[in-house]
Design a protein around this ligand. Structure first.
Ligand code: COA
Length: 304
């Protein structure tokens, strides 16, 4: 496990850009809101995971970012070093139950029991269902569904043993219930994670462990650009279907993850927060009352 040491946490409300040049979602919360918390963000070195990791770290938490590819952690670890955040990397494939168990033991030995787990690691690509190989199906189910369970089980046991309770937040997607062409593996896995979250929420409530989900719609992400929407035209079509008229910034999603795991949400469990600018309501891109439109051919037909 690589470690950035025990330098004091940076200021939570810090609005100045760090080496990455952007403020963190920590600015939505009081300084030190997560001081002394141990937080694990799987896949926390890139994309949305990186924004989540940065925000917790800026608010005083010790943040560990396990992922398959340690090089992907360096942006976060370098920024943490520069800003005096408490951070560590770790290498794991969340599909391997023994590796996840060893990861949890290692983190507990180095940092103490984990307080907050964010199951963010994912794999995804667009592939027509009829052409999807069994291996491709298994790869995504393994990362998203199995990985979320293995991590929840191991870190959940730690939370129980510590008797401090804890909070788990799972990153799903609105297509877990709306469906979306081309992602049958991911949609099925995320729907499973939604059911898993509700089940663990009721099962582990007696241990004061809360389990919730966030479901982002489209947000600014290089991974999504590369893997989910093939070109600008499709991206614009998706944007047109969002009532708020834009994709989310990653820190707008990260902010909801932080809120769900904060004391402000301590009576919230088994819930999902949808962060999609209203897209999953299904009415985006429709004609608006008061909009000036030509009656066109239909009106002419009606008058004939
Ligand atoms: N279309 C169709 N099948 C694909 C695919 C694609 N774009 N990408 C991977 N697969 C298939 C592979 O062909 C393989 O199946 P096969 O053995 O029948 O050929 C199977 O999925 C496993 O792929 P592989 O790359 O060997 O697995 P992996 O476990 O190393 O990685 C992913 C799986 C999903 C993580 C990998 O595709 C990936 O790195 N994706 C990009 C990262 C990502 O998804 N980020 C999330 C963005 S929202």
């Amino acid at each position: 496990m690589s470690d950035q040491g025990d330098t004091p946490a940076g200021s939570g409300g810090e609005a100045a850009g760090g080496p990455m040049g952007s403020p963190t979602a920590g600015r939505y919360f009081p300084e030190n809101s997560f001081k002394d918390k141990v937080v694990v963000v799987t896949g926390g070195g890139t994309g949305l995971g990186l924004e989540i990791s940065r925000a917790y770290a800026a608010l005083g938490a010790t943040v560990i970012v396990p992922s398959r590819t340690p090089e992907n952690q360096s942006a976060f670890l370098d920024e943490a070093k520069a800003r005096g955040w408490k951070a560590a990397g770790a290498q794991v494939d969340v599909r391997e139950p023994d590796a996840v168990r060893r990861l949890a033991e290692g983190i507990e030995a180095d940092h103490g029991p984990v307080d907050i787990l964010i199951n963010n690691a994912a794999g995804n690509f667009v592939c027509p269902a009829e052409r999807m190989s069994s291996n491709a199906w298994r790869a995504v189910l393994g990362i998203v569904l199995d990985g979320t369970f293995y991590c929840s089980r191991e870190f959940g046991k730690q939370m129980m043993r510590s008797e401090r309770g804890g909070s788990i937040c799972n990153v799903i997607a609105t297509y877990a219930w709306t469906g979306m062409p081309g992602v049958v593996h991911s949609a099925s896995a995320k729907a499973g994670v939604l059911a898993m979250s509700k089940t663990l929420a009721v099962e582990w409530a007696r241990h004061d462990i809360r389990v919730n989900c966030v479901a982002p719609g489209p947000f600014e992400s290089d991974g999504a650009k590369q893997n989910l929407w093939p070109n600008e035209e499709v991206e614009q079509r998706i944007r047109n279907s969002v009532p708020l008229g834009r994709f989310a910034d990653r820190d707008e999603v990260a902010g909801q993850v932080l809120w769900l795991t904060s004391d402000a949400a301590r009576y919230v469990t088994g819930a999902n927060i949808t962060i999609d600018g209203g897209m999953s309501l299904g009415a985006g891109g429709m004609w608006q009352p008061g909009e000036r439109v030509s009656r066109g051919a239909r009106a002419e037909r009606g008058n004939a």
